[in-house]
Design a protein around this ligand. Structure first.
Ligand SMILES: O=C(O)[C@H](O)[C@@H](O)[C@H](O)[C@H](O)COP(=O)(O)O
Length: 259
């Protein structure tokens, strides 16, 4: 199994600087190896921690035209809705980098606006299958499941990741690539989400978490003291938890290096 690493930073700023370096290094590796870099975003605070990529040297050196963007989860709404993860990423990040519009794979706008979670999940899974057939997304070994190069994830205070919530059944889905929830404890209630199998097939998984509200769940996930969805995160090559000191504050002393 891939190693699970933890990196703890004094400030969110230091974390963002290292997160940018980590992402840029992987971009350069995959662009060189395959000429394509598949990146999966989550919603929440994660997007705001990508600001360093928008500055030199990264803004000028990253091969943006080779990036392909997907979402690990999305709220079931239209693209212009204030809840939309696509809108958040577009406004704060995607509108500021030259990634071709055709390389950005958002939820179906019409189904989102209609609030049709089930069909929106099916349509997003079809989109992923299409990109596998076009060799844009790789597949994981012989499983046929999609394998993304890098997923940038966040975790809620209850230990959820993507839209896989504690005590909800979506985490047990083994066949589908994308599923849906209509009673999400975190608003809005309707969401689509990658399944755990798909999430764990990724080559590199980053879990970025800040603030003390998440500290108990960080401890539970990393020490496996309680079964929270984020505690089940693995990857093919590497999982790295990027934490600020507050989020890491419940971990045993000396367990993490403070950078
Ligand atoms: O659509 C969403 O709400 C997100 O994708 C969700 O899974 C998020 O990553 C976590 O809830 C952490 O969110 P925060 O970073 O805002 O705490």
């Amino acid at each position: 199994m891939a190693p699970v690493k933890r990196r703890v930073f004094k400030t969110k700023k230091e974390m963002a600087v290292e997160l940018a370096k980590y992402t840029a290094d992987l971009s350069s590796k995959f662009c060189k190896e395959r000429g394509i870099f598949t990146v999966v975003f989550s919603g929440g605070d994660l997007i705001s921690w990508l600001w360093k990529l928008l500055e030199p040297p990264y803004i000028d050196s990253i091969e943006w035209s080779k990036w392909h963007i997907f979402w690990v989860d999305e709220r079931v709404c239209g693209w212009d809705d204030a809840d939309s993860n696509y809108k958040l990423a577009y406004d704060e990040f995607l509108s500021k980098v030259p990634i071709p519009a055709e390389n950005i794979y958002a939820i179906d706008n019409g189904l989102g606006a209609e609030g049709n979670a089930e069909l929106a999940a099916e349509r997003y899974e079809e989109c992923l299958k299409d990109k596998v057939n076009q060799n844009i997304i790789r597949t994981y070994k012989s499983s046929g499941f999609p394998q993304f190069d890098l997923q940038l994830l966040g975790m809620g205070p209850d230990g959820h990741m993507a839209s896989l919530f504690p005590g909800h059944d979506q985490i047990n889905e083994k066949v589908k690539w994308v599923t849906y929830i209509t009673d999400s404890p975190k608003p809005p209630s309707k969401r689509i989400t990658f399944t755990l199998t798909v999430i764990n097939c990724a080559s590199y998984n980053v879990m970025a978490v800040c603030d003390k509200e998440q500290a108990d769940s960080v401890e539970a996930a990393l020490n496996h003291t309680k079964d929270v969805p984020a505690g089940r995160l693995t990857a093919d090559d590497e999982v790295v938890w990027f934490l600020d000191q507050a989020a890491a504050s419940k971990l045993p002393h000396g367990w993490c290096s403070i950078l």
